[in-house]
Design a protein around this ligand. Structure first.
Ligand code: FRU
Length: 461
């Protein structure tokens, strides 16, 4: 099934390269940036350090697609080539205005004394490159530190709004709101009002959007939801849902923060609207700790698959984008040996114990305990380990019985959608032998089981 036609011969090639995820040709990928659908084309940019699998000088690398499934590199890369982004073109967003694709991002700079000075910049995507870089916010409002970045720009009933990740001078994290009538002159409005007064020390990569007349804030509160005793990722990606009051930038009576994903490798999620008007999420499938096994081949990290978001009973659901069906080939017996697949388990009742990857004594195991309604994701039986100080299992306590699982494996990635996407768990794993079996150890006989091998479409990435 694997298509071996690779037009690029990267020194990075190895069996952990993915077959349908966005991945860097070489070097390190982190946050998704500037996600947008524009004139029939999906644009995805991502934080990119081309020179190696480390957090060095960042550009926005650029890929496009007409269907969110087949991706092609685009030469229009946002590079840190001005004095206002000399130490990195950091994260940001995109907006189409009067038929022009505008990018908004943070220019990271450092003084000769190594003091960080962030600028918020605007640039335009033109046919021959990214042009017209201008500074739109040149200072940090008083009361906040130099951790002031990652603009998400969106349209409101009154004009334009920008939400930025920030740190107060008392070292707590927050999000700041700016407004503009013309996208050029920006005014600091206020902090977004939430009840999360002291929740992490810096909020990175905020995103704000509305579903079902509710306001939803995605954010990465560094240092929150974390305790040395619980096995969690070093930095969480969380969300809250509130009754957003646009006049007062108030999230109103919002929910407790929930994790967006309960796996190992997930951060910096951003959203956009697809061709059909659906709200779609993509995230960095990685974590801040370095030392991934693929580093030795000169590359690190991928983006998650595109996931459609819906809001049901004050809970954000994520489901694999329907266009991914195009990757399917004919269904095969459940114990087939594959390096990528889509697995559907439906009408699950009672306990479950399944190896999502098994080859000899290496496995990634998922088990469900009915007494505690808990799912345990376990990658401890793999030989190529990383980030083990944060534990080799992740535990998810469901608020309803386990009913179904929808799993995508792509060589070194697993994305698990639970109960129609009410919860997700995402992880990288680096098996010695790439082909492996799905091995069901415990599952009710009446459960529906379907396994599709998936196509390799990453010939150019
Ligand atoms: C989140 C982040 C952002 C920043 C970018 C730099 O992973 O730290 O806050 O803009 O990465 O690469």
């Amino acid at each position: 099934m694997k298509n071996t036609k690779h037009t690029l011969n990267h020194s990075t090639n190895n069996h952990w390269r993915t077959q349908f995820h966005i991945q860097p040709p070489t070097g390190l990928l982190n946050d998704p940036n500037g996600l947008i659908y524009y004139e029939g084309v999906y644009h995805v940019f991502y934080q990119w350090h081309p020179d190696g699998p480390t957090h060095g000088l960042k550009s926005w690398n650029h890929v496009t697609s007409i269907d969110l499934v087949h991706w092609t590199p685009d030469k229009r890369i946002l590079r840190p080539d001005s004095i206002y982004d000399s130490h990195g073109a950091y994260s940001g967003s995109a907006l189409v205005v009067d038929g022009t694709l505008q990018l908004f991002y943070t220019g990271n700079t450092r003084t000769s004394d190594d003091i960080r000075v962030p600028y918020q910049l605007n640039a335009r995507l033109a046919t021959d490159g990214i042009v017209d870089k201008t500074v739109i916010i040149d200072h940090i409002p008083s009361g906040y530190t130099d951790h002031f970045r990652d603009p998400k720009v969106f349209t409101t009933a009154y004009g334009y709004a920008m939400i930025l990740g920030a740190q107060r001078q008392d070292m707590t994290g927050t999000a700041l709101l700016y407004t503009s009538a013309d996208l050029k002159a920006w005014h600091f409005a206020k902090e977004l009002t939430t009840s999360l007064e002291s929740f992490g020390y810096m909020w990175e990569c905020p995103d704000y959007f509305e579903l079902e007349q509710k306001g939803i804030l995605l954010f990465c509160p560094q240092g929150a939801m974390n305790s040395p005793r619980s096995n969690t990722n070093i930095y969480p990606n969380a969300y809250i849902i509130g009754n957003y009051d646009t006049d007062h930038f108030d999230m109103g009576n919002h929910t407790h923060p929930h994790l967006l994903d309960y796996g190992f490798d997930f951060y910096a999620a951003q959203t956009f609207i697809d061709q059909k008007g659906q709200r779609v999420l993509m995230a960095w499938m990685g974590a801040a700790e370095g030392g991934y096994p693929s580093d030795k081949y000169g590359w690190a990290h991928v983006l998650t698959l595109p996931r459609v978001l819906t809001l049901v009973d004050n809970h954000l659901y994520q489901q694999p984008h329907p266009n991914l069906v195009a990757l399917r080939t004919d269904a095969v017996p459940i114990n087939s040996s594959l390096c990528s697949y889509e697995l559907i388990l439906d009408t699950i009742q009672g306990a479950l114990d399944i190896d999502l990857y098994r080859y000899q004594d290496e496995c990634v195991n998922l088990r469900y305990d009915t007494a505690t309604q808990t799912l345990i994701l376990d990658r401890s039986a793999l030989k190529n380990t990383y980030a083990t100080e944060r534990g080799e299992t992740r535990t998810l306590c469901l608020d309803e019985p386990l009913k179904d699982l929808h799993v995508f494996r792509d060589t070194s990635t697993l994305e698990i959608f639970i109960n129609q996407g009410r919860y997700t768990m995402s992880l990288r794993f680096f098996p010695q032998h790439i082909e492996g079996h799905v091995k069901i150890k415990t599952l009710n006989d009446s459960a529906i089981k379907i396994l599709y091998p998936l196509e390799d479409v990453n010939h150019d990435l």
